[in-house]
Design a protein. Structure first.
Length: 87
């Protein structure tokens, strides 16, 4: 019965560095995707606020704040709906 081939492992230091670089690049890619999604959410919040759907925009703004604080671990940034007298 043939034996399964094992992937070759490199013993030099660069393979560990490459792995760390790869993980950092992947982390950066996901962070950029999350920030892009938050920008789209900002637009949606502003649009809903503009058409006077303030209850929905307020709920989305709370979700946005949670994502920024808890998942991205960055300080909250106010959005237009949080700064007006209408909310």
């Amino acid at each position: 019965m043939p034996q399964a081939r094992r992937p070759q492992q490199r013993n030099d230091r660069s393979s560990g560095d490459d792995s760390n670089d790869s993980k950092q690049e992947e982390t950066d890619r996901y962070r950029r995707a999350a920030e892009d999604a938050l920008q789209q959410l900002d637009w949606a919040i502003g649009y809903l606020h503009g058409i006077r759907k303030t209850e929905i925009s307020r709920a989305l703004a709370k979700n946005r704040s949670f994502i920024r604080r808890r998942l991205l671990q960055v300080p909250e940034e106010p959005v237009p709906t949080q700064q007006t007298d209408e909310t």
